[in-house]
Design a protein around this ligand. Sequence first.
Ligand SMILES: [Zn+2]
Length: 299
Amino acid sequence: MFLQKTIRKRAQVQGIGLHSGAPCILTFVPAPAGAGVHFVRTDLPGRPSVRAHAFNVTATGYATTLGGPEFSVATVEHCLSALSALRIDNLFVELDGPEIPITDGSADQFLQALLTVGMIEQDQPRKYCSITRPIYFSEGDKQAYVLPYQGLRVSVTIDFPHPAIGKQKFDLDINEQSFAREIARARTFGFIKDVEELQKRGLAMGGSLENAIGLDETHILNPEGLRFANEFVRHKALDALGDLVTLGLPLMGHVVLYKAGHDVMNKLVRKILESPDSYREMDLGAGLSESTKLRTDGW
Ligand SMILES: [Zn+2]
């Protein structure tokens, strides 16, 4: 049986928001067993908070935003992605501004901050959301589905009509080590032709080549180039893992995505939650083969 986890002590990450451009200090704070993951706006009266849950997602254009009528927390997915890979069940993510720092456009700084303070097991067993029947969602040419799988696996395909991207595929069995090695450092990306339009709408105000891969009509603009030949599709896997945290329970399943962004991920997660005959909540332990226990060790 695996026990729930939180972090040993507080950890901080600072920066600016990708879309708002606003400076922000994020503080990871240990949370009690059974609490789940919550974002707390410490800059607002009464310190309002929101749980990382699909039904609390209020916007999915260019980033995932959580909140309610009075407040929001934007661009949560890269931070959540690190929590997903480390299988951190309970955490308060305190924030003194409206948007999670973009850092370098990847999940690496969140991962490093969490690994530096380390994690502790708590006194309650972890429940997994274990997929028992395929669940499928599609919208236009975008597709997302999740299949039964004894572990957590993502298979992502993207297809951008751009000479530097094109069609890319990526498939990975997720654990702390594989995430750190293959996904955590993959950066977000954006097209220069879209920036003016986005900035008119108050988006991408903090975007730069310091925190994103920038592309013109034909080329990558960053002088340092790419971190992986297929960094774009790896980043989509990073985003998807972050959005999966909004299930409220760690997933045991195989997520397959084709051209799927935050909007489709939110709809897939909602569909899972609305399909109780297609998953069951279970402890990981009894009844599983030894190889599965080994594969999932460290979750
Ligand atoms: Zn992203």
